[in-house]
Design a protein around this ligand. Structure first.
Ligand code: HEC
Ligand code: HEC
Ligand code: HEC
Ligand code: HEC
Ligand code: HEC
Ligand code: HEC
Length: 389
C-alpha cells in the first residue's frame, strides 16, 4: 500500500494506473457474487417466453392460484430449495423426477387417490380440477428437466458490495486527485474499512463453499440415523460392518437395507416415498449415490480398525451423538490438532490387549512402577510417519 504514495516519474499516469489496478481488483472480487445473479436473470428471460401453461402450473404449485382454496399449497410441503430444517416430505424435484416419464393418469391417481397413512393425511382435502393438475404436471416435467432456479446471493448483498466499491473509488479519487477531505487519514480509513469488508464478504462466500465441520449435504434418500441407530437401536456395526477390521467403516449396500425393508415399506416420518427409493435402487441394481461427508486429505492415513478394533475408541468420541441425528453431519473438524490432542489425552488399555504385547519396554516400565499409565502418544501415535506417508 505504502508504495502507491511514492512520487514517480509521471505522477498522473502512475495514479491513473493505480486507480485502474484497484478498480479491476475489487471488480474481480465481485465477479463470483454477480455472476450468479446474471444467471438468474437469464433464466428469468427464458421464463418469460416459456409456455403459459407451465407458468400457471408453477403458480398453482406455489399456491398463488387459485386464490380461494382450503388446502395448503404444494410447495409448502414439497420444497423447491434445500431447507435447513428437516423436511420429511419428498422435495418438488423428487416428485418431478419420479413422474417425469409417467403419464397424467398415473400422476393424478398418485395425488388424488393416494394410498398410505402419511400421504392420505397430507393430501386429504384436495379439490383440484383436472385442468389445473395437468398444468402442475407440465410444470413438474419442466422442473425435472431444468432444475430449480439457483438461489444465488441476495439483492442486498450485491447492493452492499457495489456500494462499498463506490466508496473505495471515491476514497481513492479523493486521495489522489481531489483532496476534498481535509484529513488524509479519513480517506485512508474509508478505503481500508470498505476494502476489508469486501474481502470479508468474498471470503465468507468462499469459506461457505469449502466448509466442512457441521457439513451436512442432502442425501439421495432421507436416511435417518436417529430412526435406525436411535429409535430402533440398530448397532452401528450392523451397517458399518468393516469398521473393526478395515481401514474404512464402509457405507452399507442396498442389499443390506433390504434385509429389513423387504417388509418395512412405510416410515412414520416419510411415508412410502423414501423407502420406495430403496426398493427401486435394489430392483434396478443402481447403487445409491450417497454423498460422502467425512474426508481426510490423501496424505493422511487413518484406520478405523486401529481405533475401533484395537483402541476400543467409541464412535461417539469422534462422530458425536449420531443416534440423535436425523441428518448426518460432520461432528469433529478432522484437523491434525484434533488427532494429536486426543492421542495426548487418551489412555490405552495396555494390559488386556494382545496387540500391545511387543511393546516390551513399556510393559517393563509399567510393571516396575516407572510409569502408571500409557497414552496413545507413548506408543508413537504422534510420530509424523504414522499418519503421513
Ligand atoms: C441401518 C444402517 C445404519 C446404521 C445402523 C448406522 N449407519 Fe451410519 N450410515 C448409514 C448410511 C446409509 C450412511 C450414508 C448416508 C448418510 O450419510 O446419512 C451412513 C453414514 C454414516 C457416517 C458418515 C459417513 C460419511 O459420508 O462421511 C457416519 C460417521 C456414520 N454413518 C456413523 C454411524 C454410527 C456412529 C452409527 C451408530 C450410532 C451408525 N452410523 C449406524 C447406515 C447406517
Ligand atoms: C478416532 C476417531 C474415530 C472413531 C472412534 C470412529 N471414526 Fe469413523 N471416521 C473417522 C475419520 C477421521 C473419518 C474420515 C476418514 C477418511 O476420510 O479417510 C471417519 C469416517 C467414517 C465413515 C465414512 C466412511 C469411511 O469409512 O471413511 C463412517 C461410515 C464412519 N466413520 C463410521 C464410524 C463408526 C460406525 C464408528 C464406530 C464403530 C466410527 N466411525 C469410529 C474417525 C473416527
Ligand atoms: C435392521 C433393520 C433395518 C435396516 C438394515 C435398515 N432399515 Fe430403514 N428402517 C427400519 C425401521 C424399523 C424403520 C422405521 C419404520 C417406521 O417408521 O415404522 C426404518 C425406516 C426407514 C426409512 C423411513 C424413515 C421414516 O421415519 O420415515 C427410510 C428412508 C429407511 N429406513 C431407509 C433405509 C436405508 C437406506 C437402509 C440401508 C442403508 C435401511 N433403511 C436399513 C429398519 C431398517
Ligand atoms: C400437507 C403436506 C402436503 C401437501 C400440501 C402436498 N403434499 Fe404431496 N405429498 C406429501 C407427502 C407427505 C407425500 C409422501 C407420502 C408417502 O409417500 O407416503 C407426498 C407425495 C406426493 C407425490 C408422490 C406420490 C407417490 O405416489 O409417489 C406427489 C406426486 C405429490 N405429493 C404431489 C403433490 C401436489 C401436486 C400437491 C399440491 C396440489 C401436493 N402434493 C401437496 C405431502 C403433501
Ligand atoms: C478420540 C481420540 C482419538 C482421535 C480423535 C484420534 N485418535 Fe488416533 N488413536 C487413538 C488411540 C486411543 C490410539 C491408540 C490405540 C491404538 O493403538 O489403536 C490411536 C492410535 C493411532 C494410530 C496408531 C499408532 C500405532 O499404534 O501405530 C494412528 C496412526 C492414529 N491413531 C491416527 C489418527 C489420525 C490420523 C487421527 C485424526 C484424523 C486420529 N488418530 C484421531 C485415539 C484417537
Ligand atoms: C495423529 C495423526 C497425525 C500426526 C502424528 C501428524 N499429522 Fe500432520 N496432519 C494430520 C492430519 C489429519 C492433517 C490434515 C489436516 C487438515 O486437513 O486440516 C495433517 C496435515 C499436515 C500437513 C499439511 C497441512 C495442510 O495445511 O494441509 C503437514 C505439512 C503436516 N500435517 C505435517 C506433519 C508433521 C511434520 C508431523 C510430525 C511432527 C505430523 N504432521 C504429524 C495428522 C497427523
Amino acid at each position: 500500500m505504502r508504495k502507491t504514495f511514492r512520487p514517480g516519474h509521471s505522477p498522473t499516469r502512475l495514479n491513473a494506473f493505480i486507480i485502474l489496478l484497484f478498480l479491476s481488483f475489487f471488480l474481480s472480487l465481485g465477479i463470483p457474487l454477480i455472476a450468479n445473479s446474471s444467471e438468474e436473470e437469464i433464466e428469468g428471460v427464458i421464463d418469460n417466453h416459456a409456455n403459459e401453461d407451465i407458468k400457471r402450473g408453477e403458480r398453482f404449485f406455489k399456491g398463488l392460484l387459485p386464490t380461494k382454496r382450503d388446502f395448503e399449497s404444494c410447495v409448502s410441503c414439497h420444497n423447491l430449495y434445500h431447507s435447513d430444517t428437516l423436511n420429511w416430505n419428498p422435495s418438488a424435484m423428487d416428485i418431478a423426477i419420479k413422474f417425469a416419464g409417467k403419464d397424467f393418469a398415473e400422476f393424478q391417481s398418485a395425488v388424488m387417490q393416494p394410498t398410505g397413512i402419511k400421504i392420505e393425511a397430507s393430501h386429504k382435502n384436495f379439490k383440484i380440477e383436472d385442468e389445473d393438475l395437468k398444468k402442475v404436471k407440465l410444470y413438474l416435467d419442466d422442473l425435472a428437466l431444468t432444475g430449480p432456479p439457483s438461489a444465488g446471493p441476495t439483492l442486498n448483498q450485491i447492493m452492499l458490495f457495489i456500494l462499498l466499491g463506490l466508496l473505495i473509488t471515491f476514497a481513492l479519487l479523493d486521495l489522489i486527485f481531489f483532496h476534498k477531505i481535509k484529513y488524509r487519514a479519513v480517506s485512508v480509513l474509508i478505503l481500508i474499512v470498505s476494502l476489508g469488508f469486501q474481502v470479508k464478504m468474498v471470503a465468507t462466500a468462499a469459506i461457505d463453499l469449502g466448509r466442512s465441520q457441521e457439513y451436512a449435504p442432502d442425501q439421495p434418500i432421507k436416511f435417518s440415523h436417529k430412526v435406525h441407530a436411535g429409535d430402533n437401536k440398530i448397532d452401528c456395526k450392523y451397517c458399518h460392518h468393516t469398521v473393526e477390521f478395515g481401514k474404512s467403516a464402509g457405507i452399507p449396500a442396498t442389499e443390506l437395507c433390504m434385509n429389513c425393508h423387504v417388509l418395512v415399506r412405510e416410515g412414520t416420518n416419510s411415508g412410502k416415498f423414501e423407502i420406495a427409493k430403496v426398493v427401486d435402487a435394489y430392483e434396478t441394481k443402481k447403487p445409491v449415490e450417497w454423498t460422502r461427508i467425512h474426508n481426510l486429505p490423501d496424505h493422511v492415513f487413518f484406520s478405523h480398525a486401529q481405533h475401533v478394533g484395537i483402541g476400543k475408541v467409541d464412535c461417539k468420541q469422534c462422530h458425536g451423538p449420531v443416534e440423535e441425528m436425523h441428518i448426518m453431519r460432520q461432528h469433529s473438524d478432522l484437523s491434525m490438532g484434533w488427532c494429536i490432542n486426543c492421542h495426548r489425552d487418551t489412555k490405552v488399555n495396555f494390559k488386556d490387549n494382545a496387540y500391545y504385547d511387543n511393546y516390551m519396554k513399556l510393559h517393563d516400565q509399567l510393571k516396575g512402577g516407572g510409569i502408571d499409565t500409557i497414552r496413545a502418544v507413548d506408543i508413537g501415535a504422534n510420530d509424523c510417519m504414522r499418519c503421513h506417508y
